[in-house]
Design a protein around this ligand. Sequence first.
Ligand code: ASP
Length: 337
Amino acid sequence: MKAFKILIPILVSSTLILFSCSNRSNFQSKKEVQEIKKQEWAIVIHGGAGAMAKDKMTPDMDKQYRDALSDALNTGKKILEDGGSALDAVEKTINRMEDNPLFNAGKGAVFTHDGKNELDAAIMDGSNLAAGSVVCVTDIKNPISAARKVMTNSPHVMLSGAGASQFAKEQGLEIVPSSYFYTERRFKELQEILKNEKMGTVGCCAFDKNGNLAAGTSTGGMSNKKYNRIGDAPIIGAGTYANNSTCAVSATGHGEYFIRWTVAHDISALIEYKGLSLKEASDLVVMDKLVKAGGSGGVICVDKLGNVAMPFNSEGMFRGFATADGKAGVYIYKDEK
Ligand code: ASP
């Protein structure tokens, strides 16, 4: 009887252990099946969100934007196809858009209330959660490259203003007179077409052949901004975030909302803690939470399987994607794709 009393709990607990193990392996194998990479590589970009009504865009301007998006996309696509890193793809793709006066980043950045250009940028490596960012810089030609140097060559995450410029100089990055960012023709042209809409921030997220994710965002911020205002783009978790275990996100829109709703990290957290898909998570944040809050804009994102999503709640968002299965496209308006 005594032996029986001892034997029963042992039998019960070992059955439970066996049951839970077999359940776990079932669960794991299902998860593994779900987690097979869908794409060998993937890239997604944005060039800002806003009220770009079709009737206000001339056919020539429309073409210029689509060509510029394709050009940037192809830069990153080539890097990823050749087996390059997600980080290189993000930096070089954003460099192309920073150098193009069509976008509100690098050359072509919007103007502050005082008639200056103050630029913000951030980059994040999803493989180790390293991140770098520069804010309120006025003379670094390519702020996204400075952000990458902050990430790799400094013990810090964020550098601002004159200190960021000094660091960029020491790192051998190209410094330009602040007049470099002034493009009168483009400025007037854009103001006319976009009616002072604060858009044109650029961003890129990439997923490479090694399964690494990276995200980057570069911007002149919101036009007419005052007092060294800083938006969401250079704030890790707000406008920029990457984590290999979930996704990479770059945002564009009304920064004050994206900061308070920690948009980029919220999308990652919904995937991590709630098990939502990339589409479900990004739609919930952009099309529901932000809409209810009154925060206009959108995000581009790619997950650890190579799925991409590009939701936005504004009239349009300059955007594009390319994946290893040969699918690709660039879009501007809501009713496309
Ligand atoms: N999010 C940027 C900012 O608030 C602006 C934009 O994306 O248009 O600085």
